[in-house]
Design a protein around this ligand. Structure first.
Ligand SMILES: NC(=O)c1ccc[n+]([C@@H]2O[C@H](COP(=O)([O-])OP(=O)(O)OC[C@H]3O[C@@H](n4cnc5c(N)ncnc54)[C@H](OP(=O)(O)O)[C@@H]3O)[C@@H](O)[C@H]2O)c1
Length: 245
């Protein structure tokens, strides 16, 4: 039986993923900041999947609490076989581009908080020489765009971190999968443009879960973002800096 910790479990993508894991008999610990909401999500998953799901809270920016949090989650689950990292926030990009405190906040909630939590979980998995980590990142991390480079740089750094970790943990039999997610219809994207390429959270979760079952290393969700981002990366810098997106 898989014992899986899902971080950012009130995300609709994470909720749908939790149901996929629970459907395969996994024991879950669902965590987010909002205690009431994450408890409701855990109850919902338990009722729908017919297996108990535990819940708890964490804050990505509260680094000092992470060690105790990971121990608590692993203890409650009776061990840890996998971690799904699905937390993050866009923040206020306009403010973050001129206010260092806001910029650092975005970095902590998308990158440094993830580094802290994954490093602790990885230590545990490496010692037992098995397990998996799924890192949900973003296509925004593929190139620094003028409209979202603070958020984008956090996701880009997260992808590099996951890449190096994958190499290190391969020797211990721990699998790391990076998800480069395109636009998904969640509260994060509510009211934004790009509906044409937007997919439902359940669809995103289906694609992520199928890739996890195949032990994929790096996936674009959906697949067409690989080609879109290939084209975006190929634009010369002198031209790219003038594009307004
Ligand atoms: N939606 C998209 O188009 C899209 C595209 C690419 C990548 N992504 C990534 O996919 C992931 C899920 O996003 P979503 O779209 O589903 O957004 P969402 O519904 O806003 O979910 C974000 C999740 O992150 C948690 N969270 C945020 N800040 C946190 C913090 N400081 N500490 C702990 N938990 C925190 C939230 O928990 P609380 O509710 O308790 O605060 C929530 O569970 C994020 O990493 C996002 O960057 C999304």
């Amino acid at each position: 039986m898989n014992r899986v910790l899902i971080l950012g479990a009130t995300s609709p993508i994470a909720r749908a993923l939790a149901l996929r894991f629970a459907g395969d008999g996994a024991r879950l610990y669902l965590a987010a900041r909002n205690a009431d909401e994450v408890r409701r999500v855990a109850e919902d998953v338990s009722v729908r999947a017919g297996v108990p799901a535990l819940s708890g809270t964490f804050d990505a920016s509260d680094f000092a609490s992470h060690d105790e949090f990971i121990r608590r989650a692993a203890g409650a689950l009776g061990g840890l076989d996998g971690v799904v990292l699905c937390f993050g926030t866009l923040g206020d990009e306009d403010v973050a581009q001129t206010d260092p405190a806001a910029a650092l906040d975005t970095l902590h909630q998308n990158f440094t908080g993830a580094v802290s939590l994954i490093t602790l979980a990885a230590r545990h998995l490496e010692q037992q020489r098995s397990g998996f980590i799924i890192v949900i990142g973003s296509v925004a991390g593929e190139r620094g765009r003028k409209r979202n480079y603070v958020y984008g740089s956090a996701k880009g750094a997260l992808a590099l971190f996951a890449q190096g970790l994958r190499g290190r943990l391969a020797a211990s039999g721990v699998h790391v999968m990076t998800v480069k997610l395109g636009t998904v219809d969640t509260r994060m994207t509510w009211g934004r443009e790009g509906a044409l390429l937007t997919i439902a959270p359940t669809k995103a979760a289906d694609l992520i879960y199928a890739a996890y079952r195949k032990r994929a290393e790096v996936i674009y969700v959906p697949w067409f973002w690989r080609f879109i981002m290939g084209a975006v990366r190929s634009i010369p810098e002198s031209r790219f800096k003038r594009l307004n997106f």
